[in-house]
Design a protein around this ligand. Sequence first.
Ligand code: PLP
Length: 418
Amino acid sequence: MTSLYASSDFAPLSPPPRLLMGPGPINCYPRVLTAMSTQLVGQYDPVMTGYMNDVMALYRQVFNTNNQQTLLIDGTSRAGIEAVLVSAIEPGDKVLVPVFGRFGHLLAEIAQRADAEVHTIEVPWGEVFKPEQIEEAIKRVQPKMLAVVQGDTSTTMLQPLADIGAICKAHDVLFYSDATASIGGNAFETDAWHLDAVSVGLQKCLGGPSGSAPVTMSDKFVELVRKRHHVEAGIRDAHHVDALGPRIRSNYFDLPMIMDYWGEERLNHHTEAASMLFCARECARVHLEEGQDAVIARHKVAGDAMLAGVQAMGLTPFGDLANKMNNVVGVVIPDGVHGEAVRETLLLRFNIEIGTSFGPLKGKIWRIGTMGYNAREDAVLHTLQSLETTLRMQGFAMPFGAGVDAALAVYNEASSNA
Ligand SMILES: Cc1ncc(COP(=O)(O)O)c(C=O)c1O
């Protein structure tokens, strides 16, 4: 067969050196990139299973939990969401989803596909829920599970979760959170906040690429999903006895089978995505070596500096700033400024990516992230300076250097208090 293309038609990979200052993905920690290019070992090599055990131990620390069942789902963050929801939900189960942005809608949609009876409550984008609002809905709906996003990147808001766990416990409701966008850059306490299941991704404050979804599950959650434990025919031994509950509808996201693979039996399920596991392991090592409090403080000062910078430039931040995530700010696109033209100039002339938005905020705000490796003073200053020049090119007048000066002042203040 003659090929339409010669191999020389395809250039070697050589992406431009972009500074990724959007809502994720971000540039990876260099150590994570090195980890990703590590040579493979076999799936059951004791070195590999040792790395899997390391990952479990490391992510218990990242999640602040003693949960034995802390492991990776292969796939992007929504793979973690899907694994939790499809494994826990039986058709007709009631699931309550407080929606305060795009990713609340995603939880509702995935729960619907698992045939849950989904109930949503909503606040306008840019706000979060008070615990009383969630408790009132729990009393009314009496769900099996509450599924709530911690940080919704679409609006930049961070839903406080500390008081929700006690409410769920009092009403015997499973408490699940998607903390993909917030973990690492904002406090997250799985055990202290009484969470039953949490799923995240690497591509935000953990400083990795997307493609691996760490999850953690409480004993109560594990007991519940194990009631649906069915082992695949081709790998089943005489000692495998099916549980009585209905079989989980997804093979790939069947948490009991995945736990068998990560557990002592090492019962084959998928082939672990070793390169992503190496990344996930290194993300956690980088994070824990710097120290959780120090990483959160670094995200806080970077986020405060970016916020102060855009405000000093005469731009308006979006949403309730008291509940903003540390790691991303929404910026209202000023009248008369072409939002996409600004993003294009930043990307193509300054090599800086900032984010657009979705749904009701589409075309109305930019989202500027300061996450993981890019929660750094130089990244904040370059972004603000480049944004200023770009806005000036669009005819938006502002005091020269005000954004950078305001950001520098935040960093100076933080270092004098350190
Ligand atoms: C809060 C939240 N949940 C889920 C996702 C989906 O992640 P992925 O694209 O990795 O599947 C994102 C991505 O931005 C997110 O911010």
